[in-house]
Design a protein around this ligand. Structure first.
Ligand code: 13P
Length: 249
């Protein structure tokens, strides 16, 4: 059975002390949660090993990793380094990495494979921009992101992956996808996975929704059969809001 997951992507927010306080607060509330969803936080690189020491039930993710495993790549952080700091998950293919740092589907495929080979679990993001949705290309765009980004993986690899559908027009805008729009795309993604892999891979995949998800709209999104949780940005920066979303299940 697939897992329910709520993951918090802190992006480039919080200084170390604030991040540690936030992690402590999330861990405390996690212990009091009313839902059985797995709770993941993705702080900035600089916070990871300190945060690791402060959490027990909450799981740790990085927001990115290198596409090479070591060497002369100034400024990069390899999957093996993340594992050595106690990190379990890595967000890959976030739209901000795609748009601002030029990461394309082929590079992401390389990162996904390297992360998996080191035992990291990728949270693989996909999603269309507004223009693509308005011109009816959103299914094709997401299909290509998945087909190229997850190309060459085995069913065993896929069991280590989480997919996050994040329509770019909903990220940080306050414009949330409607429950029907989220369900429609998540169902479609499950169909892509069934044809690329098999029905079991599709059925077992946790597919998270991301984009302006808040305690007030989470319940109606999570009520959909193909929505298995959320990848949360702004609302993950306040422990009460973040756990409010977890408890919306
Ligand atoms: P917001 O929740 O701030 O819209 O961000 C979503 C996101 O990008 C999570 O990765």
């Amino acid at each position: 059975m697939r897992k329910k997951i709520v993951a918090g992507n802190w992006k480039m927010n919080t200084l170390l002390k604030e991040g540690m306080e936030l992690a402590r607060a999330v861990e405390k509330l996690e212990n009091e949660k009313t839902s059985d969803a797995l709770v993941i936080i993705a702080p900035p690189y600089t916070h990871l090993s300190k945060v690791k020491d402060m959490i027990e039930n909450v799981r740790l993710s990085a927001q990115n990793c290198a596409s090479e495993d070591s060497g002369a790549y100034t400024g990069e952080v390899s999957p093996a380094m993340l594992v050595s700091a106690g990190v379990e998950y890595v967000i890959l293919g976030h739209s901000e990495r795609r748009a601002l740092f030029g990461e394309d589907n082929a590079l992401l495929n390389k990162k996904v494979k390297l992360a998996l080979s080191e035992g990291l679990k990728p949270i693989f993001c996909c999603g269309e921009v507004l223009e693509e949705r308005e011109s009816g290309k959103h299914f094709d765009i997401v299909k290509e992101q998945i087909e190229v980004g997850l190309e060459g993986l085995s069913a065993a690899d896929m069991s280590q992956i989480v997919i996050a559908y994040e329509p770019v027009w909903a990220i940080g805008t306050g414009v949330v996808a409607s429950p029907d729009q989220a369900q429609e795309m998540h169902h479609e993604i499950r169909g892509f996975l069934a044809s690329m892999f098999d029905d079991k891979v599709a059925e077992d995949m946790s597919i998270l929704y991301g984009g302006s998800c808040k305690p007030s709209n989470a319940a109606e999104l999570f009520a959909n059969p193909d929505v298995d949780g959320g990848l949360i940005g702004g609302a993950a920066l306040k422990a009460e809001d973040f756990l409010g979303i977890v408890n919306a299940y």
